[in-house]
Design a protein around this ligand. Structure first.
Ligand SMILES: [Fe+2]
Ligand SMILES: [Fe+2]
Length: 214
């Protein structure tokens, strides 16, 4: 992926930024989030994972819906549609897993529906670069979050949680692909990229924290 970006003529600074992000995202073993599974039973951990992941995928579904509402007839319309289709598949998977595991969905779903669409459409009205910067920030936060959960399940019992681990790894890879798509489509050229990215990532981490608990 990095070579293809070089071929497209991105600056050395941009490439360095991309490499740093990927190093962070892929450092599963060294990543530690605020969430800890210490002292939780397997059932409690699964309940929390399914609740927060479902919430995240509802939010992602609405973000891409919002982006597409603004950018449907632009050069990035088909790409956003493709990513949106994958988010819908992720959401549907958790909608099946939640009743199967008798997990409790978050009470905050109405909020994430509104917040997701507002973030997607609100970033897209500043142009395709801002929409892609939003995608990169969200997918970076979600990619880190999936990696954290994968680590917790492996620490708990990798054999027992084999099926869920497969789902989370597949979705993590999809999210990282979305992140790459954002970078390859001028996310770094968005106005006030660092500020916007910092605010969105902080918002995502707050949403994750709340959805794990409420
Ligand atoms: Fe997703
Ligand atoms: Fe995604």
């Amino acid at each position: 992926m990095h070579l293809s970006l070089l071929a497209k003529g991105l600056s050395r600074t941009s490439i360095r930024g991309i490499c740093q992000r990927h190093r962070r995202l892929l450092a599963i073993s060294s990543y530690r989030s605020a969430s800890s599974s210490d002292g939780m039973t397997s059932d409690e951990l699964i309940d929390r994972i399914l609740r927060v992941d479902h919430a995240g995928e509802v939010g992602a579904d609405k973000i891409y819906e919002g982006q597409l509402a603004v950018l449907r007839n632009t050069s990035v319309g088909p790409l956003i549609q493709e990513m949106w289709d994958e988010e819908k598949e992720h959401r549907e998977t958790f909608e099946k897993l939640i009743p199967q595991h008798r997990a409790r969905p978050t009470a905050l779903l109405p909020l994430w529906n509104i917040a997701g669409f507002t973030l997607g459409a609100g970033s897209a009205i500043f142009g395709k670069e801002a929409a892609m910067a939003c995608t990169v920030a969200v997918e970076e936060a979600i990619g880190e979050h999936y990696n954290d959960q994968i680590r917790q399940l492996i620490e708990k019992d990798p054999e027992k949680h084999k099926d869920l681990l497969e789902v989370l790894k597949k979705f993590r890879d999809d999210e990282l692909h979305h992140l790459d798509t954002g970078l390859e489509n001028d996310a770094l050229k968005a106005p006030l990229y660092d500020t916007m990215s910092g605010i969105i990532k902080a918002g995502c981490r707050t949403a994750i924290w709340l959805s794990e608990r409420i």
